[in-house]
Ligand binder design. Structure first.
Ligand code: TRP
Length: 331
């Protein structure tokens, strides 16, 4: 009898230990699920596509939302004070990594922490925006993916579609670092190509209609850089331009889908995928300081046939063929 009690006693002890041990393991697993904070500046089709791509890229590298990674997604609705509070929130919840979609988001995150890795989600000019010391050797807790568009090739495409092109207007938001960086590059590119470039800057979407009205009377074609404000109001610009039969050539595919005529575009979704993959590598221990910025150099031919029809433009056969074979055709 004594022996039986003894055995029961040992069994109870053992079960108790197993229970406590199991709970400890659960706890460890809970803590081991890293939080990734994603801060998106505002909603427009390009940034939304990048966000989707990020989730896909994380999954491709083994991080599945709700399973072994927690995503805290915040949309700042283009508001500076939101950017600040949302960045502080990620730091408070001890995020394992933070991703900034668009330059102001990345800047807010980098200001909020010099320790937590910050991954740039499609930032045009990381060095110019003072996010990294050097694109090859970022040096601090910040690295990521750049969406720098192939501007010279895009101007070449405009001239191919409009052989008589002499005067181009560029529209951009003066406070948008991404757009102004491209504006400065475009000035040099147009000079070299002996194209007259007229600049039209806006402060916000309220200006867009009036500035567009003036612009369409003064230029043969409109170029739109990766400008977050214009990207969120493409319809306004396109309606005004189409009414005057002035083609709009945007920097990216999502803006062609929104009514622009054509471009050689970096695929926005794929930028997100690359950002997600880089974030996964950092979660696995890669050091941002020594991880070079990833650039996607080659663009895909992207055309909008409805826009061409509205403008009365016949796209060169080679352009259309290339878009059908390797790019995107929107109807
Ligand atoms: N590059 C922009 C920035 O740094 C963000 C961006 C990515 C974007 N893709 C875009 C803006 C397309 C306008 C259109 O802020």
């Amino acid at each position: 009898m004594k022996r039986l009690y003894g055995l029961i006693g040992i069994l109870v002890l053992f079960l108790g230990f197993a229970f406590v041990h199991g709970r400890q393991q659960d706890h460890a697993q809970q803590q081991a699920v890293p939080t990734v904070g994603i801060l998106q500046l505002l909603s427009h089709p390009a940034l939304d596509a990048i966000h989707k791509g990020i989730i896909h890229g994380l999954a491709e590298e083994g991080y599945h939302v709700g399973k072994n990674v927690k995503i805290d997604f915040q949309n700042a609705q283009n508001d500076q004070s939101n950017l600040k509070t949302m960045s502080a929130r990620f730091v408070n919840e001890n995020a394992a990594a933070m991703i900034g979609i668009a330059t102001p988001s990345a800047q807010a995150l980098a200001n909020a922490s010099s320790k937590i890795p910050v991954v740039l989600g499609a930032i045009t000019d990381p060095k110019g925006a003072k996010l990294v010391k050097d694109n090859q050797r970022p040096g601090n807790n910040v690295t990521g993916v750049s969406d720098q568009a192939p501007l010279a090739a895009q101007l070449d495409l405009m001239r191919k579609i409009m052989p008589d092109l002499k005067t181009v207007g560029i529209i951009y938001t003066s406070s948008d670092d991404s757009a102004t960086a491209q504006y400065h590059q475009f000035v040099t590119i147009c000079k070299k190509a002996r194209i007259t470039l007229k600049a039209y800057s806006i402060a916000n979407t309220n200006d867009l209609n009036q500035v567009a009205q003036q612009m369409v009377n003064e230029v043969q074609a409109i170029y739109v850089p990766t400008d977050n404000t214009v990207a969120s109001a493409m319809q306004t610009l396109v309606a005004t331009a189409n009414a005057k039969k002035v083609p709009v050539f945007p920097a990216v595919d999502t803006m062609v889908k929104a009514g622009g005529l054509a471009t050689l575009s970096i695929n926005q979704y794929r930028l997100g995928v690359e950002t997600g993959k880089m974030t996964a590598a950092i979660l696995k221990g890669k050091n941002p300081a020594t991880t070079p910025i990833h650039f996607e150099r080659t663009g895909e031919m992207t055309v909008n046939l409805t826009a061409a029809k509205k403008l009365g433009i016949t796209l060169p056969a080679s352009v259309l063929k290339e878009a059908q074979a390797h790019g995107e055709v929107f109807k």
